[in-house]
Design a protein around this ligand. Structure first.
Ligand code: UD1
Length: 419
């Protein structure tokens, strides 16, 4: 099994280019089932994307990944379409469940493996199914599979989500794309990745409006022409490297291929902590920081502070003076990095949903275990500032979502290698 070995206390300097967003690419790949031909640009070459592409192949689409160009070409020739998403392809990547909306609305049926729980929480799909039922789908659960049917097609409706869910909003949007009449989705997630999916769906010919957390989808004809779309940048990858750079910053790190407007709340929070950030049109510079200050923060749906940056921010707060608190509001079990960070010398206590971090503490290298995607990268950040060597085990989690992690960091003078 591969490990990452990091020699800490090396100053980062240079430039990091941000890849395309994994969480935007996944639902757009699921939406490609609705299209005839798609050219998707700026896709990140990470494991979750390959798994989704395998799922599209299994369903019967023709896919081709042009690795050197970060492009995926997809064709749906409508031959031998399989409306099944098997367990082996959904179990490692929950976003597989997003093909449910597209398959059901287009082919009137779908059988998709229940994704099951995952390390960060139970992560049910009840809201996805609630929305599909409201659109007229008949759904049963059998042998670990969601079996959905809409023989006469789906029908538009007004759907109000009780909880804001990224995945349920996406699945409902996909299902509404071919529903008769108008669908009004209320209390939706409005993450930039969902807006990117909407841009893609509009290119497909759909008429969609967003006002606050309400999204309206009007019945429209899906085009048969080739759709070309370039995926937005990965704001979580950007946030991760902003924190990595800020933790070191005696020198400047430039992070480009981004839009600073989409990470305004993250930039504001880092500035409050004492990080100097200079915004440009499509890049930012993380400059020499002042003394880091404590902060209290809660994770929230966009435009709030993202749960996907909670673990990384926690590493930063181990270096801030005073007592900081992070309340995790989205997932019930997303503090698995805490015991590992404590083994490196962090002073963190968990009370219910809140992590209490006392700083500053100097971290020392240790052998640690990655537990999920974002927890894993927080250990990389900790390793970069720790004394001596840190060895991170089970890094396959990192490979699910960070493109060229080692080479991007190495280019900025980090000492990191995979063994
Ligand atoms: C997506 C992101 C993930 C991010 C999360 C929250 C992708 C591929 N993944 O995950 O990186 O951490 O948003 O920003 O985009 N819930 C229910 N019932 C449901 C669905 C969700 O109770 O049917 C709950 C979840 O357990 C969680 C909350 O709603 O507590 C938010 O989850 P959701 O927004 O759905 O996350 P994902 O779409 O799975």
């Amino acid at each position: 099994m591969q490990k990452l070995v990091i020699k800490g206390k090396r100053e980062l300097i240079g430039k990091i280019s941000i890849s395309g967003s994994k969480n935007a690419t996944l639902p757009i790949l699921a939406a490609s089932i609705l299209a005839k031909q798609v050219i998707l640009k700026n896709i990140p070459l990470v494991k979750d994307i390959f798994t989704m592409v395998d799922l599209l192949d299994f369903i019967g689409l023709k896919t081709k990944i042009l690795k050197k160009k970060n492009i995926i070409e997809i064709r749906n020739n409508e031959n031998s379409i399989n409306t099944l998403a098997p367990y082996r392809l959904v179990k490692t990547m929950r976003a597989g469940v997003l093909v449910l909306g597209s398959l059901l609305t287009k082919y009137g049926k779908a059988k998709v493996s229940l994704p099951g729980g995952c390390a960060i929480g139970t992560r049910p799909v009840d809201l996805h199914l609630f929305a599909l039922k409201k659109l007229g789908a008949k759904i049963k659960i059998k042998n670990g599979y969601i079996i959905a049917e809409a023989k006469k097609g789906l029908k538009g409706n007004t759907i109000k989500f009780s909880t804001i869910s990224v995945g349920a909003t996406e699945n409902a949007l996909l299902a509404a794309s071919k529903a008769k009449g108008t669908t009004i989705l209320k209390n939706c997630a409005i993450e930039p990745e969902i807006k990117d999916l909407i841009i893609f769906l509009k290119k497909l010919g759909l008429v969609i409006n967003i006002k606050g957390r309400t999204i309206t989808v009007r019945q429209s004809e899906i085009k048969n022409s080739k759709i070309v779309h370039s995926v937005i940048f990965d704001r979580i990858e950007l946030g991760t490297y902003m924190i990595a750079s800020a933790l070191q910053a005696k020198k400047n790190v430039t992070i480009d291929k981004i839009d600073p407007k989409l990470i305004k709340s993250e930039i504001d929070i880092l500035k409050k902590i004492g990080v100097q950030i200079i915004k440009k049109r499509s890049s930012i510079i993380v400059a020499k920081n002042k003394k880091l200050k404590r902060i209290n923060i809660k994770t929230k749906p966009f435009p709030g502070f993202p749960t996907d940056l909670q673990a990384q921010l926690m590493v930063m707060l181990t270096q801030a003076k005073g007592i900081s608190k992070i309340k995790e509001n989205i997932f019930e079990n997303r503090f698995m990095h805490v015991p590992e960070l404590k083994r490196m010398g962090a002073n963190i206590e968990i009370k219910n949903k809140t992590a209490i971090i006392k700083g500053p503490t100097s971290l020392t290298g240790a052998e640690v275990m990655a537990t999920d995607l974002r927890a894993s990268v927080s250990l990389v950040l900790a390793g970069l500032i720790a004394e001596n060597k840190t060895t991170i085990n089970r890094i396959y989690h990192l490979d699910r979502g960070y493109e060229f992690l080692e080479s991007k960091l190495k280019k900025c003078k980090a000492e990191i290698k995979r063994i």
